[in-house]
Ligand binder design. Sequence first.
Ligand SMILES: [Zn+2]
Length: 271
Amino acid sequence: MALDVKLIKLAQALLVEAGHPIGDIDGLIGTKTLAALNATTGIVKAWSTEQKIIGIIQLHGAAKNVYDGKIDGLWGPRTQLAYDAIMHIRLYGHQEEVWRTEDVVAPVNPNDWPLQRLADLNAYFGTAKPEGANLVTVNFPYEMVIAWSPAKKVTKTLCNAKVKTSLERVLTKVKNEYGIGNIQNLRLDFFGGCFNYRPMRGGTMLSTHSWGIALDFDPINNQLKWDRDRATLARPEYRRWWEIWEEEGWVSLGRQRNYDWMHVQACKLLS
Ligand SMILES: [Zn+2]
């Protein structure tokens, strides 16, 4: 397989930056380039030249924290991502805002949302029992559809009285920043429900939906056990969506725990 000249040039540039005198960055693998490749720690001499070039890129990616795969000189999706990230850094001088969901913290809590503990939730939002206690109607600033029955439009839902104004602010911001066209394209209007009195899936503790303080969006494409590799709401185009929620202190289980990406709630995780 012939190596892309872009890859060779990148590897050469990295070798030069590492202090190897290889002459011109010309995309041609000559003796100087080969010598520099072989002199690099982590590059296996027995590898093919192509592997060595790719290995240089992997090593650099690892050093820049944009590659956590093996240094094996083999091109794969992770190496592709690392390559893209490296090129972005070199072009713009900083890393593309890689959306490392597990690192996301919600540093603000302007509404003082409580911790996800029964006593705290009941104290803040009122008890979940009797079913449907403390609920009010919130009108959506844009029309949504029922996710599992998209022909059905919905313009309001029941939510806990304490989250109503925050929810309105969030959705209004989403409307203003994304616009209706993008909302629809991104399926941000696929509503999966808010109030629902039930235990957590697989648990006995009540779901936060029982207080009407959690909402689900596009559940079909963001299923409970799906991680960021499958869940659409983990994609970069939704970053602002989540930030808007987080600016109001809401918590995304996807962003915090990398599952249940459909779900957002007005209470903080215990740890
Ligand atoms: Zn949910």
